[in-house]
Design a protein around this ligand. Structure first.
Ligand code: NCD
Ligand code: ZN
Length: 363
């Protein structure tokens, strides 16, 4: 039995890495995230990808239109960097006030990344413009070299590309997304430079799946496709290191669910899609991980403060309540096609987010 309190009241959190998809999926995905999060950085890997400001603004309107009645959920849009992105696009994106980052997918690294960057030198002009405009670069940090073992792709990306990127663009704001290894933690900790507001120049998002699971979850009693995401889960020593980073209170680490919904049949297939779906119960999953690590008192900074501070956005003023209440993650939720299997389906969790029940913060 834990001696933790029966309820937690946190500043409303934000999700700094989220896949909402498009079309009929939005009716589900936007509602799930809006129930827990005030804002979310929305990934641009649609088909076709969101490669310019006009597409991002149109996508933003579709997301806003899918909000539940009364919701003030704010989608923070991103552009998908390609070899052909024009440096002038960055000023347009910045001036729109709706684009908050540019996403680097090495070509072929993950779901819908075939339009990604083939060589970083092709985008140096764009990175220059981003550095000037203060537009963050959000990095899927995995090499795609087929010679590199899938479990090593993050560590090799850091060695081969990130070190040089940091050196060549010392004032560029960079987020290393969904970190999974001790190498990533070490790299983030080695980066101490700050921007003109005193916020870190380099930060990292961390998902619930990488806090709660090591790679054995993929093979427990058989092949478990709902634990397959990219970057793939790593060995236990890495999980511990990433959990320690999340729990450290260091402002360079913040919440990004990487909730990446795929309908059930697309996961349970001969060649199943990468992506864990966690948005419906993300905060509960993070609370579980933080409590297991004895650092629930660090959850609010990680979930609600560090990301906003990194992006130079105000912290949210409203709050969310988590009650200590056991419940079981459902086996399946309604979604397009044949529904969706949430991360940790069937698992008993100890915390439940109570929508709309928390008092406002005094002005
Ligand atoms: C993401 C998706 O499905 O869009 N999948 C994943 O495993 N995380 C893409 C990504 O962020 O890598
Ligand atoms: Zn993602």
């Amino acid at each position: 039995m834990s001696s933790a309190p029966p309820r937690l009241i946190l500043t409303r959190p934000d999700d700094w890495h989220l896949h909402l998809r498009d079309g009929d999926a939005l009716a589900y995905t936007v509602g799930w995230s809006a129930a827990q999060f005030a804002r979310a950085i929305v990934m641009p890997n649609l088909k076709p990808p969101v490669v310019d400001t006009a597409l991002a603004l149109a996508y933003r309107q579709r997301v806003l239109a899918a909000r539940p009645a009364g919701s003030d959920f704010q989608p923070l849009m991103t552009l998908y960097l390609t070899d052909r992105t024009a440096p002038q696009e960055i000023a347009r994106a910045k001036a729109s006030g709706a684009v908050f980052g540019v996403k680097l997918y090495p070509a072929g690294a993950t779901t819908h990344s075939d339009s990604g960057v083939t060589e970083l030198r092709h985008v140096h002009g764009v990175l220059d413009a981003m550095q000037r405009e203060g537009m963050p670069l959000l990095v899927h940090g995995e090499v795609t070299d087929p010679e590199v073992d899938v479990f090593d792709r993050e560590a090799v990306f850091i060695e081969r590309h990130l070190v040089a990127l940091r050196r060549d663009f010392p004032a560029l704001k960079i987020v290393l997304e969904h970190i999974t290894t001790s190498h990533a933690v070490d790299f983030v900790l080695s980066q101490t430079a700050r921007d003109s507001r005193g916020a870190p120049l380099l930060g990292a998002t961390i998902t619930p799946q990488h806090l709660l699971h090591d790679r054995n979850a993929l093979f427990r009693g058989g092949l478990r496709p709902h634990y397959y995401c990219l970057p793939v889960l790593k060995r236990e020593s890495h999980r511990r290191r990433v959990l320690e980073a999340a729990c450290s209170g260091d402002p360079r680490f913040f919440l990004g669910t990487d909730s990446a919904p795929h309908a059930r049949a697309a996961k349970e297939a001969d060649c199943g899609c990468a992506g864990c779906f966690n948005a419906a119960h993300a905060l509960e999953l993070y609370a579980q991980a933080f409590e297991q690590a004895g650092c629930l008192h660090r959850l609010e900074g990680f979930a609600s403060h560090h990301g906003a501070d990194f992006y130079g956005l105000p912290r949210n003023r409203d709050r969310i309540e988590l009650r200590r209440q056991q419940w079981t993650v459902p086996q399946r939720l309604d979604y397009v096609d044949d529904g969706i299997v949430p991360l940790d389906a069937g698992r008993r969790l100890d915390w439940r987010a109570v929508a709309g029940a928390a008092p406002q913060q005094p002005a």
